[in-house]
Design a protein. Structure first.
Length: 367
């Protein structure tokens, strides 16, 4: 599908060249599998349990697994994975991995927090890491088990850039968003997105509206699950029917249902991806993607697994930000010639402002 735009301009090379493609938190550490006893790494086993989205979601879970596989490929250790069909599977899946002799167990997602804490307390000799949560279920400011490493991301910063780009691209003056579940790792995207739209309005004297979320009331549209299904499509369609021409679905594979709704509506609506660069992970929707808001789960998992395999596991939380490239935005890919040629420079200026604190891109869910 080709989206016809009055903003289509020739010779726009800058947009992709300085688009904030995710590089991860620096460079993943190189490790020598002969350190600390020769075959230590090959005797190591790292494991991962998915949330209900599964490892083929082309986004959240898949990106986390890619990081574990990268570490295993580099160091030569064994990995094992288990998928959760529903929340009722989390505790049993964690117990099964512990029984399999895993030295490191990575939980993918906020929803696994309580079961991961319980498993870590029951297995103090196993290292744990959890994506998108502090494992602080009693909210006392400390991780609830001494052997859990939180892997968290200030995605409001990257989503702010995505919201600004969406507002710049919109011709209807309305952009939309919806989430899979009303939990902090989802709403943080939606908060940043709306903040970015509001900043665009402040800077340009416009009044682009956000449909599907209100950062002040923390209320909006959710599917209440992370699945590409009719419910997700209906929620997307309801937002499309309100006149949006850019749509941000936040919740793993629910973007696939949003893409179906866009195509059924006749097109002319751009899609934003989350977590991974969805243009690269799912070619079936590549033609719809303005950009993706990136979260470096792969790099965070790779670093945690590498540390654990080398006997250097550190429970100090990983916090991904724009400054350490733990979050970012993808290139515009096929939309490069459709965006305002000034947008790339504006996004870079905003990025620096967020980093130095002169631009507020915080969310109630910021780490």
């Amino acid at each position: 599908m080709t989206i016809s735009r009055t903003k289509k301009l020739a010779g726009v090379a800058a947009a992709a060249s300085i688009a904030l493609a995710l590089a991860g938190c620096g460079t993943a550490p190189e490790a020598d599998p002969t350190d600390d006893g020769g075959d230590a790494a090959t005797d190591f086993k790292a494991c991962m349990v998915s949330d209900e989205g599964g490892f083929n979601d082309k986004s959240f879970n898949q990106l986390g697994l890619a990081g574990l596989e990268a570490a295993a490929d580099e160091l030569g250790f064994e990995i094992a994975t288990t998928e959760s069909a529903s929340a009722s599977d989390y505790a049993a899946n964690l117990d099964n991995l512990a029984a399999e002799g895993c030295n490191l167990i990575v939980s993918v997602g906020f929803l696994l927090s309580a079961p991961t804490v319980e498993a870590a307390l029951a297995n103090p000799d196993i290292n744990y890491a959890i994506i998108d949560d502090w494992a602080d279920n009693d909210f006392d400011g400390e991780t609830d088990a001494p052997n859990i490493k939180p892997l968290v991301f200030d995605t409001a910063q990257a989503a702010f850039l995505g919201g600004y780009a969406a507002a710049s691209f919109s011709e209807t003056g309305k952009v939309g968003t919806f989430g899979g579940a009303k939990i902090p790792p989802v709403t943080i995207f939606m908060d940043g997105y709306q903040r970015g739209v509001e900043y665009y309005n402040e800077q340009n004297g416009t009044d682009v509206q956000v449909v599907g979320w209100d950062v002040e009331t923390q209320e909006g549209q959710f599917t209440e699950e992370f699945a590409a299904n009719d419910k997700a499509k209906q929620v997307a369609q309801g937002i499309i029917d309100q006149g949006v021409d850019v749509l941000l679905p936040v919740g793993g594979p629910i973007y696939q249902s949003a893409a179906e709704a866009i195509r059924d509506s006749g097109g002319g609506i751009a899609l934003l991806g989350v977590d991974a660069d969805v243009y690269e992970t799912d070619s079936s929707v590549a033609d719809l993607l303005l950009l993706s808001i990136l979260k470096g789960m792969d790099v965070a998992v790779q670093e945690a697994a590498t540390e654990a395999a080398n006997g250097e596991f550190d429970v100090t939380p990983f916090i991904g930000t724009l400054e350490n490239d733990g979050v970012g935005i993808s290139p515009f890919h096929d939309f490069e010639s459709l965006v305002d040629p000034a947008l790339a420079d504006e996004l870079e200026e905003i990025r620096q402002g967020i980093i130095d604190g002169s631009i507020d891109a915080t969310s109630p869910s910021s780490p």
